[in-house]
Design a protein around this ligand. Structure first.
Ligand code: FAD
Length: 282
């Protein structure tokens, strides 16, 4: 199928983008186009006008600030994948990037686009929750910061208002003893995950602290397994943590994978990820 007719405007600045968003037309932002163009072709979305924000200066890049790493919304998946700063400071993102689709998609798709889309099986949203990231959104009304854990509100639903644009994401610099682990199960490499796990915390002298275990592909948004993380921080073993991955987390089933299978796979992934972290830090 081909996309329905639409108008197209390329905006050079955020101010110009805000003006378009406020125009009252049925508009949609276009960044890397790797999800939006597919949804237009499938006629899942039929906006009157696309506002191409891909050429706005200052919205791409990875920088280190005081106590945080800032990733611009237009930073492409491939730039995160190959960034030495990210590899050193936020290895969770380096581990996750190769799982996102295929190189051609990673060359165009953007960090901000993935967060705005809020696909529950996507890698970046789960990583942002695990990393206690903050999403920076801007509009004519100013700028606001939203914790990633509150940003994802449901299936393809975020806390973003219709006049807001994600401009960057701020991620706290890693604490002493920071460790990360990532794994996912998909039918083929590059497919969205059936079940995935992003883990971030500190491990000092065998003691877990500030541990976030975030499952994705299992529900309508990234899911924090707080009880399982607490077991580990209380000094209990992997089995005790796995036993907390239960129906209370409200994993969903579909025609590919039942909720019970997802729970089972999540327990398996938890064991694998914790095992890898432990062997890397031994
Ligand atoms: P676009 O497609 O341009 O936009 C997506 C949505 O976000 C639109 O609604 C747009 O209006 C909005 N938007 C974009 N930027 C902003 C912004 N700065 N502020 C506010 N709203 C904004 N993704 C994964 O995570 N994992 C996968 O395994 C995966 N597999 C894929 C496989 C295929 C075959 C394809 C085609 C895509 C796949 N993707 C996957 C999606 C890909 O990662 C997209 O690049 C990403 O989800 C969207 O980024 P984009 O820049 O292309 O956004």
């Amino acid at each position: 199928m081909k996309a329905p007719d639409f108008d197209y405007v390329r905006v050079p600045t955020l101010a110009a983008a805000f003006k378009q968003l406020d125009s009252g037309d049925d508009v949609q932002l276009l960044a890397g186009g790797q999800s939006l163009l597919a949804s237009l072709n499938l006629r899942l979305s039929q906006p009157q006008k696309l506002i191409d924000i891909a050429h706005i200066k200052g919205l791409a890049g990875i920088t280190q600030g005081k106590g945080l790493i800032k990733i611009g919304a237009l930073t492409r998946h491939c730039d995160i994948e190959t960034s030495l700063l990210i590899r050193e400071k936020l290895p969770l993102l380096s581990m996750a990037a190769p799982h996102i689709a295929h190189p051609a998609i990673r060359n165009r798709g953007t960090f901000g686009g993935s967060l705005a889309l809020a696909d529950p099986a996507a890698e970046w949203p789960a990583c942002c929750v695990a990393l206690n990231a903050t999403v920076v959104a801007a509009s004519r009304r100013g700028e606001r910061r939203i914790a990633a854990a509150e940003f994802f509100q449901g299936l393809y639903t975020t806390a973003l208002e219709s006049d807001e644009i994600i401009t960057s994401v701020e991620i706290p610099a890693p604490a002493k003893g920071a460790v990360a682990g990532f794994s996912e199960l998909a039918r083929r490499h590059g497919d969205y995950a059936l079940v995935g796990l992003a883990a971030q915390g500190t491990l000092l002298k065998g003691r877990w602290n500030a541990l976030n275990l975030v499952f994705f592909g299992v529900g309508d948004r990234p899911i924090l397994a707080q009880a399982a993380a607490q077991k580990l921080m209380d000094g209990e073993g992997v089995k005790a943590a796995q036993d907390c991955i239960d129906a209370a987390l409200n994993f969903s089933g579909d025609d590919v994978c039942s909720a019970e299978t997802r729970l089972h796979l999540a327990r398996v992934l938890l064991g694998r990820v914790l095992g890898t972290i432990k062997s890397n830090t031994a």
